[in-house]
Design a protein around this ligand. Structure first.
Ligand code: ADP
Length: 667
C-alpha cells in the first residue's frame, strides 16, 4: 500500500444507506426498457457543472483559463469495455461527492422508490420517465455499468477524489492527485449490455453514442466531443503485407449546440420542445402551452416560455423562486430572474435571450431597465393571451389547468386591486348551475334573469357542504344561481373583487337578504310585497321575544332576527355585511394564524317553523321561563354546528339535549 500524503484522506470504505441500496437494486434489476437514458442523465449533469463554472467565472477571474474551452468528452475503450464521460465543470470536493453521490437522503429518492414500485405494479407504463424526474440521474449509470468510477476535482480543492462502487451496498472513496478541475465518470459496462443484437444498444459504438447525443442532448450548450474513428477502407495496400491496421481518429463534436430557441419555429420538430423543457426545467409533464417569441423592434429578444400543466408542490410556498432564465447571446446570465413576470404568473418557466443583457448585470440594474420593462409587458400579454385562448377553445384543458394554477391568478387579484380588471375574466368557480364543471363570471352574468341585480356566492368546504346550508334554502327555491367558493382563498378575493360588470358580489349568508324583492313579475311582486309587509309586522310583533333571546345569548350574537332566507330549517347563523366571516374564521384557525376574533354572527329564526311556535307560546305564558334560556342556547349551538363551527362547550350542549329528552318523555 502506498503511503498517504499528509493532509490527504485515506481510502475508505463506506456503506450506502438502506434507502440508497434499495434504489440501486432497483436500477440494476432495472424496470426500464430505455437503458440508454443513462447517457442523457450524465450529460445533463456535466452540462450543469459547466454552467456553474461558467457562471462563477463571471465574477472570479482566472477560474477558467483564457484558452480553455468548457466542454464534455466521451471516450470509448473497447478493450476495457468502458465508456467515460468527462467535463471540465465545477467538480466536487470529497465532502460534496459523499453528499451528492454517496448519499441520497435527498427528498427525491423516497418519492422515486414509491413511484417506481407503483409503476412496477401497474403495467405498460415503463416509459414513464421517473429517473430524471426525481433527481436520481447519476444512479441510472448502474443500469448499464457493473462498476462506476468517478474522479472529480473541485475548483476549490487541493486534491482530487476518486469514488468507486459496484452498486452493491458500498463504495470506496479516496483522495488522489488530479491536475485538472472537473469530473470524469467511467462506466465499466455490464456483460448484459455488451454485444447486443441491436447496434442501437451498443454503448461502445461511436455511432450509437452519436445518435443518442443527437436524440437527447443536442441542445446542450457545450460541445460534446469524441475521438471519432475514421472509416478504414480495410483493403491492405499491396506489398505491405501484415501491415497493422492503423486506426485514425478525428475530433468530432456530436451535438449541434444551436440553442433550440434560436431555431426557426417551423424547424423545431415533434417533441423537441418537450425534450428541452424536461431537461432544462426538470418537469416531466408536457406543458400546457409553449410560447416561442422573437422580437426585433425597439427591443430585441427571443423568449421561450412554457406554461406548465402541473404545479410544483411548493408553488405557493414562501421558498418558491419564480423567474425566467436570462441569456445574452446564448450565454447563460442568470437563473430565475423575477422581474419579468408578475407574481400571479409565477408558474411560467422559460428563458429570454437578448443581446442587450450584459453578462454581469445585477438584478438591481435590471429592475430599473427600460428594456426589461418592455419585455416584461410583452411577455405578460403573450401568456395571458395563451390562457385566454385555452379558456375559449379548450375548456376542459383550461379547467384542469385551473385546478393546478387558479390560486396563482386569484392571488393576483387578492394582492393587488389594480389586477382585478386584467384577471377577473380568467376566474372559474363551481356553481349551482350544473353539478360538474365550472363557470366564469361572464357566463354567470349572461345567465342572470333580468330582475336579478347581484351575483350570489356562498363559501364552504365543498359543494355538498354549501348545498346543505340552511341559508341556501330560499335561493334554491327561487332558482337563483349561486357561485360556490370552495377554495380557501375565494372569500378573501371579494375584498378586491367586490363587483363584476357593475353587479355586486353578494354572499347568500351575509347581511340583509332581500332576494324576495326582486321579481319582475307584477303578481309576484305584489305577493312578495305582501309577504314582506307581513314579515315586517311579524317582526315588530316578535320583537320582544327576539330581544329576550338576544338577552340570553349576550355578546355571542350581534343580533337576533326573523329570517327571510329559511324555508325548512328552524334557525341559521349569518354574517354581518362586513367583518370576518365564519368561513374565514375556520380557515385562519386551520392555518394556525393569529385569531381574527370570533366572527360575531346574526342569529336568524324561521318564523314559520314549529320551533318558533314553541318559543312564542313559552314566552307568552311566562317571559321569564327558564326554558327560554335553554332553548336560546340550543338554537345557537345548532346554528353553529350547521356552519361547521365548533362549540365552545360541547358537554353543556349534550347535557341540554339530555334534559330536553327527559322533559319530553315526562310529557
Ligand atoms: P440531480 O442531477 O438531479 O441533482 P444526480 O443524482 O444526477 O441528481 O446528481 C446528484 C448531484 O451530484 C448533482 O446535483 C451534482 O451536485 C452532483 N454531480 C453529478 N454529476 C456531476 C458532475 N459531472 N460535476 C459536478 N457535480 C456533479
Amino acid at each position: 500500500m502506498t503511503e498517504q500524503k499528509a493532509g490527504k484522506k485515506k481510502k475508505s470504505n463506506r456503506q450506502f444507506q438502506a434507502e440508497t441500496r434499495q434504489l440501486l437494486n432497483l436500477m440494476i434489476h432495472s424496470l426500464y426498457t430505455h437503458k440508454e437514458i443513462f447517457l442523457r442523465e450524465l450529460l445533463s449533469n456535466a452540462s450543469d457543472a459547466l454552467d456553474k463554472v461558467r457562471f462563477q467565472s463571471l465574477t472570479e477571474s482566472g477560474l477558467v483559463g483564457e484558452n480553455e474551452t468548457l466542454e464534455i468528452w466521451l471516450a470509448i475503450d473497447k478493450e476495457k469495455k468502458t465508456l467515460s464521460i468527462s467535463d471540465n465543470g465545477i467538480g466536487m470536493t470529497r465532502a460534496e461527492v459523499i453528499d451528492n453521490i454517496g448519499t441520497i437522503a435527498r427528498s427525491g429518492s423516497l418519492a422515486f422508490l414509491k413511484a417506481a414500485r407503483e409503476q412496477k405494479e401497474g403495467s405498460g407504463s415503463e416509459d414513464l420517465d421517473l429517473i430524471g424526474q426525481f433527481g436520481v440521474g447519476f444512479y441510472s449509470s448502474f443500469m448499464v455499468a457493473q462498476k462506476v468510477e468517478l474522479v472529480s476535482r473541485s475548483m476549490s480543492g487541493d486534491y482530487g477524489v476518486r469514488w468507486v462502487s459496484a452498486g452493491e451496498g458500498q463504495y470506496t472513496i479516496e483522495e488522489i492527485e488530479a491536475p485538472e478541475r472537473g469530473t470524469s465518470i467511467t462506466l465499466h459496462l455490464r456483460d448484459e449490455v455488451l454485444d447486443p443484437k441491436d447496434p442501437a444498444e451498443d454503448f461502445l459504438n461511436q455511432y450509437t453514442l452519436q445518435n443518442l447525443v443527437r436524440k437527447y442532448s443536442d441542445f446542450i450548450n457545450y460541445p460534446i466531443k469524441i475521438n471519432f474513428e475514421k472509416h478504414d477502407s480495410g483493403a491492405p495496400v499491396e506489398g505491405e503485407e501484415k501491415k497493422e491496421k492503423k486506426q485514425e481518429f478525428e475530433v468530432r463534436t456530436l451535438n449541434s449546440m444551436k440553442p433550440l430557441w434560436e431555431r426557426d419555429k417551423k424547424e423545431v420538430k415533434g417533441d423537441e420542445y418537450f425534450q428541452f423543457y424536461k431537461h432544462h426545467f426538470h418537469d416531466w409533464e408536457e406543458p400546457a402551452d409553449i410560447l416561442h417569441v422573437k422580437a426585433e423592434g425597439t427591443v430585441q429578444y427571443t423568449a421561450l416560455l412554457f406554461i406548465p400543466s402541473k404545479a410544483p408542490i411548493n408553488l405557493y410556498a414562501a421558498d418558491y423562486k419564480k423567474g425566467i432564465q436570462l441569456y445574452s447571446k446564448h450565454v447563460f446570465v442568470m437563473d430565475r430572474y423575477d422581474g419579468l413576470l408578475p407574481d400571479h404568473l409565477r408558474f411560467v418557466r422559460g428563458l429570454v435571450d437578448s443581446p442587450d443583457f450584459s453578462l454581469n448585470v445585477s438584478r438591481e440594474i435590471l429592475q430599473n431597465d427600460r428594456q426589461i420593462k418592455l419585455i416584461a409587458k410583452n411577455l405578460e400579454k403573450k401568456v395571458m393571451d395563451s390562457l385566454k385562448k385555452m379558456l375559449k377553445n379548450k375548456r376542459d384543458d383550461y379547467e384542469k389547468w385551473w385546478d393546478e394554477f387558479g390560486k396563482a391568478i386569484k392571488g393576483g387579484i387578492f394582492m393587488q386591486w389594480s389586477n382585478k380588471e386584467k384577471l377577473q375574466d380568467y376566474l372559474l368557480f363551481p356553481s349551482s348551475h350544473k353539478t360538474e364543471g365550472m363557470t366564469t363570471l361572464r357566463e354567470y352574468v349572461d345567465r342572470m334573469p333580468e330582475w336579478q341585480e347581484e351575483i350570489y356566492y356562498e363559501a364552504g368546504k365543498d359543494r355538498e357542504a354549501i348545498e346543505r346550508l340552511p341559508q341556501m334554502e330560499a335561493v334554491r327555491e327561487k332558482g337563483v344561481e349561486v357561485l360556490y367558493f370552495t377554495d380557501k382563498v375565494d372569500e378573501f378575493l371579494t375584498q378586491n373583487l367586490s363587483d363584476y360588470d357593475d353587479k355586486k358580489l353578494k354572499s347568500v349568508s351575509r347581511g340583509d337578504f332581500t332576494l324576495d324583492d326582486k321579481k319582475d313579475d307584477d303578481k309576484d311582486k305584489d305577493k312578495d310585497k305582501k309577504d314582506d309587509d307581513k314579515k315586517e309586522e311579524e317582526k315588530s310583533e316578535h320583537q320582544d321575544l327576539l330581544d329576550k333571546i338576544k338577552e340570553h345569548l349576550g355578546d355571542r350574537v350581534k343580533e337576533v332576527r326573523v329570517s327571510k332566507r329559511l324555508r325548512n330549517s328552524a334557525v341559521c347563523l349569518v354574517n354581518p355585511e362586513s367583518g370576518p366571516s365564519f368561513n374565514m374564521e375556520l380557515l385562519m384557525k386551520e392555518a394556525g394564524s393569529a385569531p381574527i376574533g370570533r366572527a360575531q354572527g346574526i342569529l336568524e329564526l324561521n318564523a314559520d317553523h314549529p320551533v318558533f311556535g314553541v318559543l312564542k307560546r313559552t314566552f307568552t305564558k311566562n317571559r321569564e321561563d327558564v326554558w327560554l334560556k335553554e332553548y336560546s342556547e340550543l338554537l345557537l349551538s345548532q346554528a353553529q354546528l350547521m356552519e361547521g363551527l365548533t362549540l365552545d362547550n360541547p358537554v353543556e350542549f349534550a347535557s341540554r339535549i339530555n334534559d330536553l329528552m327527559v322533559r319530553a318523555t315526562k310529557g
